[in-house]
Design a binder for this molecule. Structure first.
Ligand code: CA
Length: 222
């Protein structure tokens, strides 16, 4: 098995830092979190494969830190920022941002981008498995009993989220915010996609995405 990829997260907002850190750990990545501007040596000591970097930090500008990091080593960087100005995006990409997420963002969206960046950099996370369901997000493929399910990208993200949280009841609101992003608000979107996903899953075996009346859905594998 490959060595776990190492990710450094630098973010001063504690809720975002905790959420991002936990989600990346859930991906099987080795995560080091920092709450503020840290010196280059501290980051280099971790030898990260990827840095998730907040732009607005109390101790200094994330862009400036990125410039200095890049001068040393070509480590991939995903910027997080509350600023949505075009000039900020341009600054980020000029520095060589591998990706750029504007807050608030859905954790699933961050994870999807992190996977892409790590894959591009030649680092991988393992496929997800729950019972006879296998999700290979890198390949963009999902299988049941070894048979391809032919999912759309949204269905794949939804199934990956269910597999990561198997056994837990997930509300439509939770699925909307985590899989679609905060700006989607129509619970019918969830119903339609869950229904399509179920249809494809149930061509290959019994029901695994259960409805929990009044609460949401739960992936149960036996
Ligand atoms: Ca900040």
């Amino acid at each position: 098995m490959k060595q776990r990829a190492r990710v450094v997260v630098i973010e001063d907002e504690s809720a975002v830092r905790a959420g991002v850190g936990a989600a990346l750990e859930g991906e099987g990545l080795a995560v080091s979190v920092f709450a503020d501007y840290v010196d280059i040596e501290t980051i280099e000591a971790v030898m990260p494969d990827l840095i998730v970097l907040d732009v607005g930090l109390p101790g200094g500008d994330g862009f400036e830190l990125a410039r200095r990091l890049r001068a040393r080593r070509d480590v991939p960087i995903v910027f997080l920022t509350a600023r949505d100005a075009v000039t900020d995006r341009l600054t980020g990409f000029q520095i060589g941002a591998d990706d750029y997420l504007v807050k608030p963002f859905a954790i699933e969206e961050l994870l999807a981008r992190v996977r892409v960046v790590l894959r591009r950099a030649g680092r991988h996370t393992e496929p997800l498995q729950a019972g006879d369901v296998l999700v290979d997000e890198h390949a963009g493929l999902a299988f049941r009993n070894g048979q391809p399910l032919g999912l759309t990208p949204t269905e794949l993200r939804l199934l990956a989220f269910f597999v990561r949280h198997r056994g837990l009841v997930l509300s439509k609101t939770q699925l909307l915010s985590q899989v679609w992003g905060y700006d989607a608000y129509d619970p019918n979107v969830v119903e339609v996609h869950v229904s399509a996903l179920r249809h494809k899953l149930e061509e290959r075996g019994p029901r695994v995405v259960e409805t929990v009346r009044g609460l949401g859905y739960r992936l149960v594998v036996r």
